[in-house]
Design a protein around this ligand. Sequence first.
Ligand code: GDP
Length: 522
Amino acid sequence: MTAPTGYKTRRTFAIISHPDAGKTTLTEKLLLNSGAIHLAGEVKERGERRRTRSDWMEIEQKRGISITSSVMTFEHDGLTLNLLDTPGHADFSEDTYRTLTAVDSAIMVLDAAKGIEAQTRKLFEVCRMRDIPIITFVNKIDREARDTLEILDEIMETLALDTAPMMWPVGAGVDFSGLIDLERGRFIAPDGKPETDAPGVEAIAERYGATQNQQIAASMEGLELSRESLPKFDQAAFEEGTLTPVYFGSALKSIGVRELLEAVCKFAPEPRTQPAAPQPVEPGDPACTGFVFKVQANMDPNHRDRVAFVRVASGTLKRGMRLKNVRSGKDLKVANPMFFFARERELADEAVAGDVVGIPNHGTLSVGDTLTDGEDVTVTGIPNFAPELLRRVHLSDASKTKQLAKALSDLAEEGVVQVFKPTLGSGYYVGAVGPLQLEVLTSRAQAEYSVPIRIEPAQYVTARWVKVNNAAQFEKFAAIHRLNIAEDRYGDPVFLAPSQWEIDRCAKDYPELEFMATKDRG
Ligand code: GDP
């Protein structure tokens, strides 16, 4: 495979969606359309192979879901596309959020009958935090769908995002009669094949008997209205994350997928400037800098390896080079970096900004670490989230205290859960954004560390990181709330909060302390 060189040819993106909207199907069809795979079914097949390889993923097997995110690299139109997979199950974890720190744009897939669903919204909020540009794909147009204008309205209303329709569906479900490609002024027939000219409204009406067919008539009326009321596509507004181009189609029937792929190539931005301290990292900087956004253990149980997924932020990462882990100050020889293609992994000889490489290691790399061969710099914006679930860890075998500490430390480092250690007393609290994380913790503590644990309810509802702007005030606060204070794994103070009310009260009583729901790991 001859990869084009230079970061300007990289497009690194993710698909965000609610479970069942069609992300897997769309991923597969994007790969098919780019020629990266040839047979439908390969994405799932690959998933199954991976599952049989991983011993701890029993939960995944049982539930038939994928917990792990990975990356798929493929080429189209002279560009190298890196598609980062975000797990889509309702019990999704912080991994999903963090993966979004490594992309430059995202495709938001909506079910045409359901519109914006809970998880789409959550993921969108994370994209918004980083102003990630979004291309929208309204899927399942071959089924009963909501009115097009209504869908566009919902995007604008609930996400405060302007919409610029690039396609217009003519009818939906059994009445689906094709798409009008507004950008190129052509018509896409119901089977997904583009025709050279868009027939005018009258011609469509005539062709499909719109006068008799209310749905088609309504579609055409909607199109007229949208022309008057909706903005035109604007690259700058899209890149600022305030406007989304909207495509329609059916992943299952391969309608509108090629056009979506072309849109990614045409509009998705090249690698962005990465926020970092003391100064941001530019993709064209000569020094090589990358950051770890995900660590996955036991991809190959025979080797008990860990793979750190590193997004290159600047320069060229070359196989065999030495990079410094800025957090630990230690050098790391990058002997076997890997690329992940649709079908296989391959040794990576060179990677540039926007690329994602897997670096096998034995625990030296953790989520949020910055690697560089230049001046010390730390990539910021890789957040920890206030746990929506806060639980106590009960150790069923008291002789294993040491192993428990090791297991929790390793698994927290990998980002499986967050661990909070109360400053007074013994024991640990763990936090997660989804219950699946807690199941994974229990099962891996047993399987990999022989530590039997039980997850018990805690008397706290959530945790807040305390940003201390005044040490004396913190002392006062700590004296009163001694039992509620813990440390995260970096030793930063955390308030274990019995209620939201308590958080609000403390924020009022101690104006120089900030109670933060996210912590930037920078
Ligand atoms: P994910 O959970 O978002 O990855 O969704 P999947 O890709 O697994 O799709 C969920 C279900 O919707 C599957 O049964 C798909 O066959 C179906 N599906 C996906 N895309 C379409 C589509 O465009 N039209 C129809 N009718 N069904 C679809």
